[in-house]
Design a protein around this ligand. Structure first.
Ligand code: KG4
Ligand code: ZN
Length: 340
C-alpha cells in the first residue's frame, strides 16, 4: 500500500449503536452501524444491556467495516474512537477495544469528542454536499444534547447556548411515549407529522434566557394536554394522532429556530449547520431550507446516514486530528461527561 494513504478505523460506542467505519484520506470506504434492538421493549436505553450488546457486536462490526473497505488491519494508519460524552459502560467497550487494537498494531490512537464529531460530519467528502467555512454556527440536536456551538476551527468550538434540562430528542421521545408510540419515538412523530395539521393544537413555548433551551416543561404540557383530552374522549389520541404529532413537531422546531435566529443576530454569522439524531427530522430540515430563502442564511444539512450516531463522523474528526498529529496517550480513559 502506498505510504501517502492515511487509513483510519473509527469506532463509536457511546450509546446504543455499535459502529465502525474505515476512511482513506478522509474518504469514507465503509460505515457500519449495528443498532441495538433490545432497548425497544423497555421504552428507552438500558445502560447495562447496551454495554453487553456492544461487547457482542464490536468484533463483527469492525470485521465488516474492514472487509467492506477492503483494507487489511496491517494497512491502518491509526485508530480513532469516541472518548465521550455518553454512557460509561458503553464508552468503555469502544475505548478498551481501540486501545488494545492500536497497541497490537503499533499505530497511533486518536480520541474523539462525540459532539464535535456530530459537527465535523459536515466535512465528510460527499458529492452534492458543500462544506461550511469557518466560522459557522452549529446546532447539535440529539437524544442527549441540545447545543448551539460557534465553530471557529476544526477543534476550536465554543458552546454559546444549551439545554438546561432535557435534550430536544428527549422532548420528541417522551412526547411519543405519552402518545403510546414505541422508543425511539422521534422518527415516528416525524412520520405522522407529515400528514397532520401543525396548527391543530397549540403548545406554549418555554421562556428561557439568552441562547439556552428548556424542554422539561414542554413534555409536561403535552402530558397534561393528552390527559385532559382523553378524559373527554378516550379515543382522542387515536383520532387525532397525525395532527397531534404535527403540532408537537411544529412547536419544537419553532423553539429551535427562534434560538437559532437569535444566535445569528448575536454573532453576525449566517452559516448554519445542524447535526445529531434530530437533524434527521424532516421539519427542521425544511425550516433550514426556508431560512436560506427567507433570511439569506447558508445552511448545511447532513446526509441522513450521518445524522444519527455513526462512526464515519468519528473517522472524519480522527482524520483531522491525524493531520495535526494530535494523538492520544495510551493511558487515555473514557469520559461520560466530556465538554466540547
Ligand atoms: O444522535 P443520536 O442518534 O444519539 C444521541 O447521541 O443521542 O440521536 C438520537 C435521537 C433520538 O431522540 C431520536 O428520537 C431522535 O434522535 N431522532 C429524531 C428523528 N430521527 C432520530 N427525532 C425527530 N425526528 C426524526 N426524524
Ligand atoms: Zn449522537
Amino acid at each position: 500500500m502506498a505510504d501517502h494513504l492515511i487509513n483510519i478505523l473509527a469506532i463509536e460506542s457511546s450509546c446504543d449503536d455499535t459502529a465502525a467505519a474505515v476512511l482513506s484520506n478522509g474518504k469514507i470506504l465503509s460505515n457500519i452501524v449495528a443498532t441495538q434492538e433490545v432497548h425497544k421493549q423497555y421504552g428507552g436505553v438500558v445502560p447495562e444491556l447496551a454495554s453487553r450488546a456492544h461487547q457482542q457486536n464490536i468484533v463483527p462490526v469492525i470485521h465488516q467495516a474492514l472487509e467492506m473497505a477492503n483494507i487489511d488491519k496491517k494497512d491502518l494508519s491509526a485508530i480513532a474512537f469516541t472518548r465521550g460524552p455518553g454512557l460509561m459502560g458503553s464508552l468503555l467497550v469502544g475505548t478498551s477495544f481501540a486501545k488494545s487494537l492500536a497497541m497490537g498494531l503499533e499505530i497511533p490512537l486518536i480520541e474523539v469528542n462525540h459532539m464535535q464529531a456530530h459537527i465535523l460530519a459536515h466535512f465528510i467528502e460527499e458529492e452534492g454536499f458543500d462544506k461550511p467555512e469557518f466560522p459557522f454556527l452549529a446546532m447539535t440536536i440529539s437524544g442527549g444534547h441540545t447545543q448551539i456551538v460557534k465553530v471557529s476551527d476544526y477543534f476550536d468550538m465554543e458552546v454559546i447556548g444549551e439545554t438546561l434540562d432535557d435534550a430536544v430528542g428527549e422532548a420528541f421521545d417522551k412526547s411519543a411515549k405519552i402518545l403510546g408510540l414505541p422508543y425511539p419515538g422521534g422518527p415516528l412523530i416525524d412520520k405522522y407529522a407529515r400528514e397532520g395539521d401543525p396548527k391543530a393544537f397549540q403548545f406554549t413555548k418555554p421562556k428561557v434566557d439568552d441562547l439556552n433551551f428548556s424542554f422539561s416543561g414542554f413534555k409536561t404540557a403535552v402530558l397534561y394536554f393528552i390527559q385532559k383530552k382523553t378524559k373527554e374522549d378516550p379515543e382522542f389520541v387515536e383520532k387525532n394522532l397525525k395532527d397531534i404529532c404535527a403540532s408537537i413537531q411544529y412547536t419544537i422546531i419553532g423553539i429551535l429556530m427562534d434560538k437559532m435566529k437569535k444566535a445569528v443576530k448575536k454573532t453576525g454569522i449566517i452559516q448554519v449547520a445542524i447535526g445529531g439524531g434530530v437533524s434527521a427530522n424532516s421539519g427542521i430540515r425544511q425550516a433550514l431550507v426556508d431560512a436560506e430563502k427567507k433570511w439569506g442564511w447558508k445552511c448545511f444539512i447532513p446526509k441522513f446516514e450521518y445524522t444519527t450516531d455513526n462512526a464515519a463522523m468519528i473517522g472524519i474528526a480522527g482524520y483531522h486530528k491525524y493531520l495535526q498529529k494530535d494523538f492520544a496517550d495510551f493511558s487515555v480513559t473514557a469520559q461520560s461527561r466530556y465538554k466540547i
